[in-house]
Design a protein. Structure first.
Length: 384
């Protein structure tokens, strides 16, 4: 297109910003032409965030790049996949492991393909479907691409969204993968009881803020650690933790834990690993439980720090169990009923950190490893 009104024309040349769904009557014909064109499989621009090459050590923004390609808005003939417009993308700590060269043994999930859009959890709207369970207009959450439009060939990782009177971005957090993680990690792995002493690291994040609120709901004493004073304030004044501390200011984690847990810790919800885990092991009570959810302090190290105090597991009869949310998605309907009720009653709140635009994705993702996110880190790609 030449960006110039033709000589003698009384028209205007515009750059379209938004197309309205509820169009005024006189524009309905134009909108329906547009819709028919899309239904025929119009080819559109598709901005993507790609991985340039495999990463070792801490990922950097420059390991990713913005690329513009094209996409036909139609599921290929015979495919059982869905074609979606991505609305929200989720930044999750495990994604760094997918940036690494596949090493076979230790990887839980496949590496990204250099040159292709990175993959992650997201919320999207179905534009075309080859699968009988999904139809145009459905809202879904699950694994999608870091791009404007994605063809998702296998629908097994997708969940249909039925409750829409909450921010749809919640399906990247409290109503999505981090929510299920907090729920199974706390209720299934920790077997909590009223009155127990609970400690949560990375406590203000996507998972931690929920674990703390779940623990308060059943009457536990709850302490969290976080990486800024602002986060500490949120833990105490927004999420209802009994206490919280700024771990970067503590030069002795053992002493800090003794200050907050003079009688010891019954449940540790482990998100960070390293020195914090070692200090916790010294402060666990008899028959304590440790849910090993994540160890973000170790993810990007070439050489992981060792853990020195594991011997406490024996003398204190501690149960320490690692888990991955992928094994628990069959509990999603039960979890959704449980958490939905509390959201509606205002008994659980959720804090998100929204980065605007697909282009902001790399910075937002990298920020997880320095703690720049305050709450669940989401990337806003488009309006419904
Ligand atoms: N097992 C599973 O299936 C599963 C599922 C989801 C998540 N996870 C794990 O759960 C943990 C929390 O995930 P999330 O999604 O809730 O992330 P998040 O807490 O929202 O974000 C990551 C946070 O980790 C903290 N952090 C970063 N580098 C750190 C370091 N070197 N030492 C200590 N803290 C550091 C930062 O908070 P501060 O500013 O407070 O330091 C940062 O904000 C992660 O370890 C993740 O891998 C596991």
């Amino acid at each position: 297109m030449r960006l110039k009104v033709p000589e003698g024309s009384k028209g205007v040349l515009v750059k379209n910003l938004y197309l309205v769904i509820g169009v005024p009557k006189k524009n309905q014909e134009r909108a329906s032409i547009l819709k028919r064109t899309m239904a025929k499989g119009e080819e559109v621009r598709n901005k993507q965030i790609i991985l340039r090459d495999y990463v070792s050590g801490f990922p950097k923004e420059s390991d990713m790049a913005l690329k513009t390609s094209t996409m036909r808005l139609k599921v290929p003939e015979g495919s059982k996949g869905v074609l979606v417009k991505n609305l929200y993308l989720s930044c999750d700590p495990y994604m760094q492991s997918r940036m690494r060269k596949p090493d076979g043994a230790s990887s839980l999930i496949d590496s990204f393909t250099p040159g292709s859009a990175i993959i992650g959890y997201g919320v999207a709207k179905v534009l075309d479907s080859g699968h009988p369970d999904f139809k145009e207009g459905d809202l879904i959450w699950g694994m999608t691409g870091w791009e404007e439009y994605s063809l998702i060939p296998a629908t097994e990782t997708l969940f249909k969204i039925h409750y829409t009177d909450v921010p749809l971005s919640y399906y990247t957090g409290i109503l999505g993968m981090p929510g299920v993680t907090a729920y199974v990690g706390f209720y299934e792995i920790c077997s909590p009881k009223k009155g127990e002493y609970v400690f949560i690291s990375a406590a203000s994040g996507a998972v931690g803020q929920l674990v703390g609120q779940f623990a308060k709901l059943i009457g536990c004493y709850v302490v969290g650690s976080a990486g800024t004073n602002e986060k500490v304030d949120l833990l105490k004044n927004k999420f209802g933790f009994d206490e919280a501390f700024y771990y970067k200011e503590e030069n002795n984690f053992d002493a800090a834990l003794k200050r907050y847990f003079p009688e010891g810790i019954d449940i540790y919800f482990e998100n960070v690993g390293g020195k914090m885990l070692d200090a916790v092991l010294l402060n666990m009570r008899l028959h304590g439980r440790i849910a090993v959810c994540g160890m973000i302090s170790q993810y990007n190290l070439d050489q992981m720090e060792g853990v020195h105090n594991l011997i406490s597991l024996i003398s204190k009869r501690i149960r320490m169990k690692g888990f991955t949310v992928f094994d628990y998605y069959h509990l999603y309907p039960k979890f959704l009923d449980f958490v939905w009720q509390y959201i509606k009653e205002g008994k659980i709140v959720y804090m998100e950190d929204k980065a605007e635009g697909l282009e902001s994705g790399p910075t937002a993702l990298i920020g997880l490893y320095t703690g720049s996110n305050v709450g669940k880190q989401v990337v806003v790609v488009a309006d419904v």
